[in-house]
Design a protein around this ligand. Structure first.
Ligand SMILES: [Zn+2]
Length: 359
């Protein structure tokens, strides 16, 4: 075995071939002496707790072992590496499944003899863990050979989760009103909210942010409906003109309606430094990025306001563009070009956030 592995350094093609030969000769199920364990950071979790486990790979053999990186938690997880059950029922994997080419030498992780390697993995963004129950979490993945028995498998760790959905329920999306009621918020919302790649704590933040966005849109809609345009309107949308006022009024009615009644999906997979993005032709999916997470919940450039901004972009809502970004740019645009201001997403955000408050 050791001889084979030394020879492997010669070339990537040789590595792939020799490793599969090696797998074929391995004793079934023992991973060539590689032992995997899973240890939860907490064994009892609440609704907005992230589910973090430490996964440790230990090479208990006397020789170096190679494991496909894509089958370890040591890089971004793009395969269902865990087998998770809730009250004995399988839990759905929500994460990515990457299509990969044949492995090369660089695709293998080296485990030195006797060495242990640990990675922390957050599971609630990867698996549907929103339902209350007893969870059993096991690391279980084939080694890439495609042969039965050639798998890495840990003992099961157990955690109790007091989730946002009652025990025994299997709904994949919850009504926004239901979640807001659970979070102690009062609203007339009837839309549904679902998540993609969001952890439990992110889901909790987003639920509050959507509620804030709905409150801003409802307030903006009520302001436009009363028909008297004050400084709050002129600051962000410029001189009062009946056609433009009617357009802004229709925008806020549509933004409010979308937050209140449409099925909204928030995707947390974006790692860009900006706030968020959408595809205007794909309502009502909003991708939130890094700046979103550090923003306050309400007020200028907040989480709630960001969602108002993004919602205004959808063609079926208000079809806005990004003519300018930022408060000073939006205020200048209102003076210089009111027609663009009423088509500018940030202008809608700042009118909705209304911070500092204008009448
Ligand atoms: Zn935008």
């Amino acid at each position: 075995m050791r001889k084979d592995l030394l020879k492997l350094a010669a070339g990537a093609a040789a590595l792939a071939v020799s490793l599969s030969a090696l797998s074929a000769h391995a004793a079934p199920g023992n991973g060539n002496g590689v032992v995997v364990s899973v240890a939860p950071e907490k064994t009892s979790l609440g609704k907005s707790d992230d589910v973090v486990v430490k996964v440790t790979f230990t090479n208990t053999s006397g020789s170096p072992q190679y494991v496909l990186k894509s089958r370890t938690p040591f890089e971004e997880i793009e395969a269902p590496l865990f087998e998770i059950t809730r009250d004995g029922q399988p839990v759905r994997y929500l994460g990515a499944i990457a299509k990969r080419g044949a492995p090369t030498a660089a695709d293998y992780f080296l485990l030195k003899p006797g060495a242990s390697y640990t990675a922390k993995v957050e599971l609630s963004a990867l698996y549907d863990m929103a339902t209350t129950g007893d969870y059993a979490i096991r690391y279980r993945i084939g080694n890439g050979s495609g042969k039965a028995g050639d798998e890495l498998k840990s003992e099961a760790a157990t955690v109790w989760i007091d989730g946002v959905r009652p025990r025994g329920s299997n709904e994949e999306t919850r009504s926004l009103a239901e979640m807001q009621a659970q979070a102690g918020m009062v609203t007339a919302a009837g839309g549904a909210l679902s998540f993609n790649k969001c952890t439990a704590s992110q889901q909790a933040d987003i639920t509050t942010a959507v509620s804030s966005a709905l409150a801003m849109a409802t307030d903006g809609d009520a302001y436009m409906a009363k028909g008297t345009m004050g400084t709050r309107y002129t600051k962000w949308f410029g001189a009062v003109d009946s056609a433009r006022v009617a357009t802004v009024k229709s925008h806020f009615a549509a933004i409010k309606d979308a937050f209140a009644t449409k099925p909204i999906t928030v995707d947390c997979g974006c790692k860009k430094t900006y706030y968020a993005y959408v595809y205007p032709t794909q309502p009502y999916t909003i991708h939130v990025c890094k700046a979103f997470w550090s923003a306050p919940m309400t007020g200028t450039d907040s989480k709630g306001g960001t969602l108002v901004h993004e919602m205004s972009h959808f063609n079926v809502v208000a079809g806005t563009d990004d003519w300018v970004y930022g408060q000073s740019g939006a205020a200048s645009l209102a003076v210089s070009n009111p027609s663009q201001a009423i088509d500018n997403a940030d202008s809608h955000e700042y009118f909705g956030e209304n911070t500092p408050a204008l009448q």
